[in-house]
Design a protein around this ligand. Structure first.
Ligand code: ADP
Length: 310
């Protein structure tokens, strides 16, 4: 199976590295408008491969994406000094108009996996530009926020994050909602497991976990300028669900018919992912506050999308 990656910067190359080490694809093809960068990243990743797998990693122009089953879109421009968020969004929308057309002209059957930020808006724009069914345009959304939530809860309880079932919903950003009320560990509610292992979820613990999830990216950016290993692994995890038709439940972004009274908006809820992309949405049971938070997040995102001239 071939996986293409357009945008060989930090996020795209980290996804390529994770994919290559996991041996998930027979071939990973990197494309970037800066071809020298794509070549250098591909070679660097290719040199790691003999230790772990047999994936072929190459740089190419768009022709190299022929036959790709999945194309990760990680291209983008960064904010210029003094540039508004909306102006930046419009420039990134223009990049995607160019990129999505070129990708689909050579790989019309590909599933598009969006990594560029703001990811929910870029996902909705990509769906609009491409005209593809919503389930074939998947944004990385809150996959990483959900992983952070599970990791912090797991550490507090002394239990593997893989046995924690808890979700971060809505926007990948400030308005995201941590769904505490339906978090489970094994088959137990959070309150039950906390009592059994003697690690109560106090208000302080909740506040620490909430801060750890919500502000992780800000803290990493302050320390090293950008985040990329986490999202690179998250993208590889989504590719695994598709490549092996695993029907995994992951929180990813996708244009959703209705969230509360908001129609046609891309955001994250748990969704089932298999060979054809998203095959089902699983709207979780939420308490009133969480539901209101999710609808607020949806309204915010919809407002941003509508303000962009395409
Ligand atoms: P991030 O940290 O999000 O990965 P980077 O700036 O490191 O951000 O990477 C973004 C990449 O997207 C850059 O390598 C840039 O050359 C690439 N890029 C920008 N515009 C285009 C485009 N129109 N086509 C292909 N690649 C692009």
């Amino acid at each position: 199976m071939r996986v293409g990656i357009v945008g060989a910067g930090m996020v795209g190359s980290s996804a390529g590295y994770a994919l290559a080490l996991m041996g998930l694809a027979s071939s990973v093809v990197l494309v970037d408008q800066n071809h020298d960068l794509a070549v250098a990243q591909a070679q660097d990743i290719a040199h790691a491969v003999p230790f772990m797998s047999s994936t072929i990693v190459e740089a190419s122009d768009y022709d190299g994406l022929v036959g790709a089953k999945i194309v990760i879109l990680a291209a983008g421009v960064s904010q210029k000094p003094g540039e508004t968020r909306l102006a930046l969004l419009e420039r990134n929308a223009a990049v995607f108009k160019d990129v999505v057309g070129k990708v689909l002209s050579v790989a019309p059957d590909a599933i598009l996996l969006i990594a560029s930020n703001p990811v929910d808006i870029m996902t909705q724009i990509t769906q609009r530009i491409s005209g593809l069914p919503a389930g074939r345009v998947i944004g990385s959304g809150t996959i990483l926020d959900t992983a952070r939530f599970r990791s912090l809860l797991g550490r507090h309880l002394g239990i593997s994050p893989q046995s924690v079932h808890a979700y971060v919903l809505g926007e990948h950003g400030d308005s995201e909602v941590l769904a505490w009320s339906n978090a489970k560990v094994g088959s137990l509610s959070l309150a039950e497991i906390a009592a059994q292992v003697g690690a109560p979820i106090t208000q302080d613990v909740r506040a620490l976990v909430d801060d750890g999830v919500r502000n992780a990216a800000y803290k990493i950016i302050k320390g090293k300028g950008a985040t990329y290993y986490g999202i690179g692994a998250g993208l590889a995890r989504i590719v695994k669900a598709i490549a092996r038709d695993q029907r995994d439940v992951l929180t990813v972004s996708c244009v959703t018919d209705e969230v509360g009274e908001v129609r046609d908006v891309a955001l994250s809820i748990p969704r089932v992912i298999g060979a054809d992309g998203i095959c089902a949405d699983l709207m979780p049971d939420l308490n009133d506050d969480e539901h209101a938070g999710l609808v607020k997040s949806a309204r915010l995102l919809k407002g941003s999308v509508e303000s962009i001239a395409l």
